[in-house]
Design a protein. Structure first.
Length: 205
C-alpha cells in the first residue's frame, strides 16, 4: 500500500489527507495547505521524520476557526494512518521516539490497538498560552484528534525546554519519528496485529 487518501466532511469543514509512501519529495512541504502557518510547520516535521509525503487540503464552510481545523484535520490524519496500518500486512503498528531541538526534548509512544487515548505530560515545564499565533490547547487538540481518528494510544512526555516554538518542534518531531517505526513493515509480522489481543471482532444484535 503506497498511498492512502482520506476525506472527512462535516457541515463545518472538509479535510483531505493523503499519505504517500513514495520517496519524500524535495518540495514536500508545499503540499501541506492549511490557513495556519505554524500548524503547517508542525505537520512538516511529522512528514520529514516519518519519511512520508503528507498532502493536506482544508476547506471551511464559513469561519476560519483554528480549533475546528486542528481537531478535524488531526482526526483525518489519524484515520489515514489507521487505514495504512489496517491495509498493510506486516506494518509494525507501534513505535516510540525522542525528538529534540536545542534545549527542548520530548518523547512519544504510539500503539495502534483500537484504543483511542491521548495524554501529554509537561513534567513541570511551563508553556506560554500561545506560540506563533496558535493556542497551546489547539496544538494539543490536533494530536488528540489524531489519536481519535487513528484509534491509537498516543502518549507524549515533554522532558525539557523553555522556548515554546522549540518545545512544540520537539513534540512533533518525536511524533513523526515514532510514526516512522509504526509504518515500517516487517516480514516476521506478516499476518499479525499490533497488540497481543489480535483482531477485534464485534457481535452486535
Amino acid at each position: 500500500m503506497d498511498k492512502i487518501k482520506v476525506t472527512r466532511k462535516t457541515t463545518e469543514s472538509e479535510m483531505s489527507v493523503v499519505l504517500d509512501f513514495a520517496p519524500l519529495k524535495p518540495d514536500y512541504r508545499k503540499y501541506i495547505k492549511t490557513p495556519i502557518p505554524f500548524l503547517n510547520h508542525m505537520i512538516e516535521h511529522i512528514a520529514w521524520r516519518a519519511e512520508v509525503n503528507i498532502e493536506v487540503d482544508v476547506n471551511l464552510d464559513e469561519f476560519v476557526l483554528t480549533h475546528v481545523i486542528c481537531e478535524d484535520l488531526g482526526i483525518a490524519l489519524g484515520k489515514a494512518a489507521k487505514e495504512y496500518i489496517d491495509r498493510t500486512d506486516g506494518a509494525m503498528g507501534f513505535g516510540d521516539a525522542f525528538g529534540m531541538i536545542d534545549e527542548a526534548k520530548a518523547q512519544t509512544c504510539i500503539s495502534f490497538e483500537s484504543r483511542a487515548y491521548f495524554d501529554i505530560d509537561y513534567h513541570g515545564n511551563e508553556l506560554s498560552e500561545q506560540v506563533e499565533g496558535m493556542d497551546t490547547e489547539d496544538l494539543e487538540t490536533f494530536l488528540e484528534g489524531f489519536a481519535q481518528g487513528a484509534m491509537c494510544t498516543l502518549q507524549i512526555d515533554v522532558l525539557k525546554g523553555h522556548n515554546g516554538h522549540h518545545i512544540w518542534e520537539a513534540v512533533y518531531r518525536s511524533v513523526g519519528s515514532a510514526l516512522k517505526k509504526v509504518f515500517e513493515v516487517s516480514e516476521s509480522r506478516k499476518g499479525k496485529t499490533s497488540g497481543v489481543a489480535g483482531r477485534i471482532d464485534w457481535v452486535i444484535e
